[in-house]
Design a protein around this ligand. Structure first.
Ligand SMILES: [Fe+2]
Ligand SMILES: [Fe+2]
Length: 318
């Protein structure tokens, strides 16, 4: 029996994360549990239980030095962020007002749990012994757990667990967390592509899921606000507060740190990168940490603005 894989979840035909999140429209009605079973385990992930083609091996240049430092810090941080996202999503599943949104958020919960697993397990391919994995994740991510992850998690718990605020939670996840993190994920996929192709595939698979999370989340938010216009001011205030948090937390330092380490790797292993272009017309080797960070920030601003307009929340842009 063959199952049909929707093109937005098909490994070979899915658009990139930014393009998909900006251009596609998907709804929770379309993306229920049945859709997910066919589109994800039997579609996106077919032949890639660890998130990448098992034939791809990690090269020796990744096992020590600046590339090792850059990717271990990045993937450990993302493994923890995805773990925290999984746990807070359980409160969104619990407070979903109907079966349609409950099913969708239950699938998103499993997606985030899988992302946490594949980012974490990539550290094994990089030589971290399995008995030390949990400890190593916390050590590698340590510089930014207390300063970045904990406050964001705390805010999500207030909204989703303590206030059981479904729409607040949807908007927090879609605009403040995933909307802001998605461009960093796209940057990651593009920059690791020639250097650690398994990592780029892990990012690509997570990006395909993220297209669904962002587009469905925006649709759930938009429709809720059309039906409950009185909630709009409260939601706008919540987004503004979330965006302020993002500015106050040392997220820029964190990304910049990562990019500086990555740059040292580029200088050491220019032969591996060659003429690979990170975006059309721009060789990865010619880019700087600041340029890569600024580009991801610009993508993030574009995406946020478009998403907020779609939901009728452009007032939050101030
Ligand atoms: Fe994720
Ligand atoms: Fe997600």
């Amino acid at each position: 029996m063959t199952t049909s894989i929707p093109s937005e979840a098909d490994w070979d035909y899915a658009p990139g994360l930014l393009e998909g999140a900006m251009e596609l429209e998907l709804t929770a009605e379309q993306c229920g549990l049945r859709y997910w079973l066919q589109a994800v385990p039997q579609g996106t992930l077919r032949g890639r239980p660890d998130g990448y083609d098992p034939a791809l091996k990690v090269g020796p240049h990744m096992l020590q030095g600046p590339f090792y430092d850059a990717i271990t810090q990045e993937y450990a941080f993302r493994a923890l962020a995805e773990e925290k996202a999984t746990r807070v999503l359980s409160f969104l599943v619990a407070s979903a007002p109907d079966l349609t949104s409950m099913e969708f958020y239950a699938t998103q919960l499993i997606d985030e749990c899988r992302h946490s697993m594949v980012f974490r397990n990539h550290l094994l391919s990089l030589g971290v012994p399995v008995q030390r994995l949990t400890e190593a994740v916390h050590e590698f991510a340590a510089p930014y757990v207390e300063s970045v992850l904990d406050p964001l998690e705390q805010r999500c718990l207030e909204v989703m667990r303590d206030e059981r605020d479904f729409i607040g939670g949807v908007v927090m996840i879609t605009v403040i967390l995933e909307g802001a993190l998605a461009p960093a994920a796209e940057l990651s996929e593009r920059k690791w592509r020639p250097i650690d192709p398994a990592a780029a595939e892990i990012d690509k698979g997570a990006g395909i899921d993220e297209i669904r999370h962002l587009t469905v989340g925006a649709d759930v938010g938009r429709r809720w606000l059309q039906e409950h216009p009185k909630d709009k001011d409260r939601v706008v205030a919540m987004i503004r507060r979330g965006m302020e948090m993002w500015d106050e937390l040392p997220t820029h330092d964190m990304v910049y740190d990562r990019e500086v380490r990555f740059q040292a790797g580029l200088e050491l292993h220019a032969d591996i990168v060659g003429d690979y272009e990170i975006w059309p017309g721009r060789r990865l080797l010619d880019t700087t940490p600041q340029e890569r960070q600024d580009t991801a920030d610009a993508w993030s601003d574009d995406m946020k603005a478009k998403r907020l307009k779609y939901m009728g929340l452009e007032d939050a842009l101030g």
